[in-house]
Design a protein. Structure first.
Length: 194
């Protein structure tokens, strides 16, 4: 049986991240390793997928979740590692909300990968390499388009995550979560069921 949090689904995602409700129930010390729980509304269910990378940095999650928003683009700050990522969500009125994770450093500042949401394209998968931090990240859309390679060529482990690894069949990629400060140390995907 799923316990509902008070209020509407457009809540601060800290409750989701902690696997509890805004009333302080749930584990406030939750780590973004694996599934942290879910929040369900009348419209959808949201869950974290697996994460990849090191253990440093502070937890990050989407701060605000808008039901039905799609990711319209990502911007990446990078050099030999992934320093920061901004995810842009398309609102119903055509405006965008930006969520930035990690730092603003790197030799390449804010390289943009556009997703053609108005034509039905969606962000579908992420892949790259990690060590103690996220060394590289790449994105794939539902149309099979690949982003450029962002980051260096180091890292002792590779990662790949697409809807076949989502916590439940039929889920779509709805955002990123992980750990970071001045760089992205760990990365994973937030999945939602439409």
């Amino acid at each position: 049986m799923m316990r509902m949090c008070a209020g509407t689904f457009m809540i601060v995602m800290a409750a989701f991240a902690a696997g509890g409700c805004m009333d302080g129930s749930g584990d406030p010390g939750a780590n973004p390793e694996g599934d942290l729980g879910s929040v369900q509304s009348e419209l959808q269910e949201v869950r974290n997928g697996p994460t990849f990378g090191g253990s440093g940095g502070n937890n990050f999650y989407p701060l605000v979740w808008h039901v039905g928003q799609r990711i319209s683009k990502v911007k990446v700050w990078w050099g030999n590692e992934v320093d920061g990522i901004s995810v842009f969500y398309l609102n119903w009125d055509g405006s965008e909300d930006e969520e930035h994770y990690g730092g603003w450093g790197g030799d390449h500042k804010g390289d943009t990968f556009e997703i053609f949401t108005n034509d039905g394209e969606e962000l579908w998968a992420i892949f790259g390499t990690t060590g103690s931090r996220v060394d590289s990240v790449n994105f794939i859309t539902s149309w099979g388009r690949y982003s450029p390679h962002y980051g260096g060529w180091g890292g002792s482990r590779s990662y790949y995550s697409d809807p076949t690894q989502a916590p439940r069949p039929g889920m779509k990629l709805g955002g990123l979560f992980g750990k970071g400060n001045v760089t992205i140390d760990r990365i994973g995907e937030v999945w939602y069921l439409p």
